[in-house]
Design a binder for this molecule. Structure first.
Ligand code: 13P
Length: 253
């Protein structure tokens, strides 16, 4: 039995206006279990963070940003900082999502800077790593992940890493309906935990939550959560509909 409290997080990506986001948050809150046995987080777009926080603030649902810049403030038009996310009610921030790497030039180096800035602001970073289909087919999955982990976590001490969440999101499984098989996911999660063991030691490795993302839905959540090294899920498409997300949160019932 692990003592890691599972985390189920909804990444709403660039969906929902403020009023749509508020409606969705209200529905999610309505269908919460009395005593959720998983930690629940939702990450609406930046414009909807504060309005959504006003709905979830007295509930067990946590709020997360989908990205942040590493400076606390300055002349960086269009960016949002860690302290700004905190002021909007966030306790989490997603960093290095593959869509940010693919479309917005995010690199392991920027991921590294953002982790440090997020920790300094008091946010819990969720660091996304994952291989593309081409990389998997070429049997480069482990070497790609090792590089993302090594460079993304460069120069972090065990103390400063503590609490960080890792999200394994195989790029080929995102938004495609193709989930990694339980065996594929478990194999990679175990490898990531081994990496953490070597890098930060056994205590950190056994405490760190490693969540899976990529076409998670009510039909496959229970099978994924049953695996030893899977400590939760980062849900995209299926988190946009409150009834589907509620089914995922309530996967044990
Ligand atoms: P989907 O659940 O839509 O595949 O997206 C996964 C994801 O990118 C979560 O961050």
């Amino acid at each position: 039995m692990t003592s890691r409290r599972p985390l189920i997080a909804g990444n709403w990506k660039m969906y929902k206006t403020c009023s749509e986001a508020e409606d969705t948050a209200r529905e999610i809150v309505k269908n919460l279990p009395d005593m959720p046995d998983v930690e629940i987080m939702i990450a609406p777009p930046a414009t909807a963070l504060a309005p959504v926080f006003s709905i979830i603030r007295d509930t067990p649902v946590e709020l997360g940003g989908q990205n942040m810049f590493w400076e606390a403030q300055g002349a960086y038009t269009g960016e949002v900082s860690g302290p700004m996310l905190v002021s909007a009610g966030c306790s989490y921030v997603i960093i290095g999502h593959s869509e940010r790497r693919q479309y917005f030039g995010e690199t392991d180096d920027s991921v590294n800077r953002k982790i440090n800035a997020a920790k300094a602001a008091g946010l819990t970073p969720i660091i996304c790593v994952g291989e593309t289909e081409t990389e998997r087919d070429a049997e480069k999955t482990f070497s790609v992940l090792d590089k993302q982990m090594e460079n993304g976590l460069e120069s972090l001490s065990a103390d400063s890493f503590k609490g960080v969440v890792i999200a394994y999101e195989p790029v080929w499984a995102i938004g495609t309906g193709r989930t990694a098989t339980a065996q594929q996911a478990q194999e990679v999660h175990a490898r990531l935990r081994k990496f953490l063991d070597k890098r930060f030691g056994g205590d950190i490795a056994s405490q760190t939550r490693i969540v899976y993302g990529g076409s998670v839905k009510p039909e496959n959540i229970a099978e994924l959560m049953a695996l030893e090294d899977i400590d939760g899920a980062l849900v995209g498409g299926a988190s946009l509909k409150p009834d589907t997300f509620s089914k995922i949160i309530n996967y044990k019932r």
